[in-house]
Design a binder for this molecule. Structure first.
Ligand code: ADP
Ligand code: MG
Length: 263
């Protein structure tokens, strides 16, 4: 059983990471840390390298240069199962080609704990993940028959059931309605409050500003800025990054920035 992380521990760290595929440089010297207890939103335009960076921080994609550590050790030094007990990854695309039912998909999240004392918690973790994603009533439905949003929530439930203290979520809200988007970020916050570190790729800057402790902005394979939402959400910076003029206003009640495309 991995030791639970202490508040502020660095759970994943990319240092001067470069990823080159063929002649294309996908990441160009990116350094970023994910700490225990934080929700870190990763934003940036299509093709910026967000999914690539997430895969690097997950230890799934070895960088061409630079270093990656997970839970304080080089990513490559962990065995597959030890890595799976420490970090859970929600990929941007979640193809399930076999007609598994929802319960079976979510139970797959428990595979890393097979044969360990944590196995005793399988049923509880699966039931909690289904309840947290409002899928309890869908347990016997087959995955291919679900709506896009229901499939996305099932994939998230699998990741939650894995009970890892580092969560790497690639656009978990992309297919979701307003209520379920808020729910996903609330779940991320709850996990962070329990000591996990959460990296979440988002497109909705308002969602990021409202729920994340820090926002990291990636553009053209480089990290432009990383900091608290109030520091990062500046019209000039975001207009440049997105190549579209934006306005930033402050929510009168929460004081959080709201980012609007200039229309
Ligand atoms: P994001 O998630 O920010 O939209 P990605 O990390 O998926 O961006 O991809 C970054 C860039 O790298 C994109 O332009 C994408 O087309 C390109 N890319 C990703 N994977 C490959 C690959 N295997 N070969 C060539 N180009 C790739
Ligand atoms: Mg992506």
């Amino acid at each position: 059983m991995p030791e639970p992380p202490a508040e502020g521990d660095v759970l994943a760290e990319a240092d001067a990471v470069v990823v080159t595929i063929g002649r294309k440089r996908l990441l160009d010297g990116v350094s970023l840390r994910v700490h225990a207890g934080e929700v870190l939103a990763l934003v940036g335009p299509n093709g910026a390298g967000k999914s690539t960076l997430l895969s690097v921080l997950a230890g799934d994609l070895p960088p061409s240069a630079g270093t990656v550590s997970i839970h304080g050790r080089p990513a490559t030094s962990w065995s597959t199962v030890d890595l799976a007990r420490r970090r859970a990854v929600l990929p941007q695309h979640n193809p399930v080609s076999f007609p598994f039912d929802v319960l079976a998909v979510v139970e797959m999240g428990r595979a890393p704990w097979e044969g360990t004392p944590a196995e005793d918690g399988d049923e509880r973790a699966v039931a909690a993940a289904l309840a947290d994603t409002e899928l309890t009533a869908f347990a016997t439905r087959t995955y291919p028959t679900l709506s896009g949003g229901e499939q996305a929530r099932t994939a998230l439930a699998r990741v939650l059931a894995q009970s890892a203290s580092l969560l790497l979520l690639d656009e978990p809200t992309a297919a979701l309605d307003l209520r379920h988007q808020e729910q996903v970020l609330a779940l991320a916050r709850a996990r962070a409050a329990e000591g996990a570190g959460v990296l979440v790729v988002l497109h909705d800057l308002g969602l990021a500003a409202a729920h994340a402790d820090r926002i990291a902005v990636l553009a053209a394979g480089g990290l432009v800025e990383a900091g608290p939402p109030e520091e990062v959400c500046h019209a000039e910076l975001l207009s440049g990054v997105y190549q579209h003029p934006v306005e930033v206003i402050t929510h009168p009640r929460t004081g959080k920035p709201i980012v609007l495309p200039y229309r």
